[in-house]
Every structure is written in structure tokens, then in C-alpha cells.
Design a protein around this ligand. Sequence first.
Ligand SMILES: NC(=O)c1ccc[n+]([C@@H]2O[C@H](COP(=O)([O-])OP(=O)(O)OC[C@H]3O[C@@H](n4cnc5c(N)ncnc54)[C@H](O)[C@@H]3O)[C@@H](O)[C@H]2O)c1
Length: 285
Amino acid sequence: MTKPVAIVTGAGSGIGLAVATHLLTLNYKVVIADLNERTGNTAATSLGPNATFIQCDVSSYASQARLFKQAYEWGGNRLDFCHANAGVDDRQLLYEEEAKEELDEDGLLKPLNTKTMDVNLEAVIQGLWLFKYYVRRSKEAGGGKGKFVATSSAAGLYYMTTNPQYTASKYGVVGLVRASGPVFIKEGISVNCICPGFIPTNLCPPGILEVWPKEHITPLSTALKAINAFISNDDMTGQVVELSQQNIYFRDHVDWVNASQKWIGTESLAIWDKAYAKIPEKNGY
Ligand SMILES: NC(=O)c1ccc[n+]([C@@H]2O[C@H](COP(=O)([O-])OP(=O)(O)OC[C@H]3O[C@@H](n4cnc5c(N)ncnc54)[C@H](O)[C@@H]3O)[C@@H](O)[C@H]2O)c1
């Protein structure tokens, strides 16, 4: 029987590196996937023969599709776990000052840089799409069940006025997990996410640690508590787990405002299924 195989994106550093290191202790073979060749290679080398580095830009579908194929083949035609964790904060300020607003040659305002959405949300959706494909094809090698974890943020439950696109991307991850988790589990794939509070990593702006109060730091070990919960419970899916200080908190969606909204959110889903089944082609627009 081959070992279970995991991909961790953004594993060259921070939370991803801690999760990759932890998965190795749980008998996984782990692919360190990162854009940064230097940190990714260093991490994989230090973790030994059950880890390998594959360079990947998750914001490119082609790059991520190559990552999944290579990881699956490296693992002996098997994939069991994916932590879609790579993330960046806002690359351009939505509130950009007037002097920095630029026009193109047609006099139209140039678009806002939304790399944050590509890396933090679009890549997670495509990662889940790819993960499902390879889990389905892992049975012969001893797999066939999957665990998908995404990294959202406390900003995906509350908000950061300093990072509005980041906030939007992390809310998107929470919605993805809640909506798809209960469906994917029917074929043995769990889908959950973590929402870390402040963890000192390379993502944080330089100098912030010098002024940040120590009591508001969440250690990397708290992230591993959530990973352990997902791994030890095969039925746990659609869960949004906030990480704060030493603790993990399972967060439900907002309260139903009234009985009508509760009915729409729960009982009406069978009606939606039937209605969508009547639309023959949805790719035309
Ligand atoms: N550190 C925190 O306080 C905190 C809080 C909430 C959420 N998060 C989230 O945790 C995740 C991990 O961040 P971290 O704090 O460990 O930061 P980090 O900077 O240490 O790690 C992020 C990693 O992602 C990689 N990366 C960036 N863009 C990539 C791309 N396009 N393709 C592949 N890899 C890419 C980076 O090279 C880096 O190694 C992110 O999604 C982040 O938004 C962090």
C-alpha cells in the first residue's frame, strides 16, 4: 500500500510549511508547492525524502493543473489531501489616491490589480476542481477518499478596511466551503477551511511584530489543531474554523433572519436542483 499523498500550496513558508511538516509526521508524502523557488526548495530539502518541491503559480490554471498531475504521479497515482493555502494581501489599494489613477490609451481607467482574488479565491476553486479529479482516480493505489482544506482568514468572518479585496477573497473561500462541503462528502471528499487570526509570518508587513501586542498572536500550533480535527473525523465537512490564540472555534453561518429565509436556505434546495436540471447548456455566457 502506498502512503497517502498531500499537496500544500504556499508551503515554502509560514502556515503552509507548518502544515506540510505536520503531515509528514502523520505518514503523508507531501508536495511543497510554492511560487518561491528558493524557500520551496529549502523547505522540501530540509523535510527529507517524503517531501518534494514543485514550483507553481496557483493563480495560473495551467501551472496549477501541472502541479496536480506531477504530484499525483510522484505519489504513485494517488492524491488524498490538499491544503489550498497560498495567499497574498492586496497588491493595489482600492482607495488609490487621485494622483495615482492611470488611464489607458483610450482614456479608460486602468483596472485595479486584483491578484489577491486570483491567488486567494480563484486558485482555491480551481484547486478543488483539480483535487476532486485526482481523488476519483486514486482508488487503485489505495486512495479514493479526500480531504481538502483551504486557508481563509479572520478577515473572511469580520473585515479589514486596509485590505478590502483580501477580505472579499477570504469571504469567498468561506462561502465555497459551506456550499460545496456538504455535497462533496457524499463521494468521500471533505471540504473545510481555517480562518486564522494574527500569525506572525512573512505575509505580515515588515516591522509589525515590533508593535503588535503579544496577547493577540495566534501560534502556528493552533492551525495544526484544526488540521488534526479534519484528519481525525472523516464526516467533518463544510466547516469554517476560526483560529485565535490557542483555540479553534467552529463558526456557523449567520442566523436565519426569519422562517422564510430558513426555508429557502434548507428546504428549497430540491426545487433548485430540479430547476437547474432543465437548463441544457450553461456555458454560452
Ligand atoms: N499570517 C496571518 O496572520 C494570516 C491570517 C489569516 C490568513 N492567513 C492566510 O494564510 C495563508 C498563508 O499565509 P502565511 O501567513 O503563511 O504567509 P507566508 O507569506 O509565510 O506564506 C504564503 C506563501 O504563499 C506563497 N505564494 C504567494 N503567491 C503564490 C502563488 N501565486 N502561487 C503559489 N504560491 C504563492 C508565498 O511564496 C509564500 O510562501 C494565506 O492564504 C494567508 O492569506 C494568514
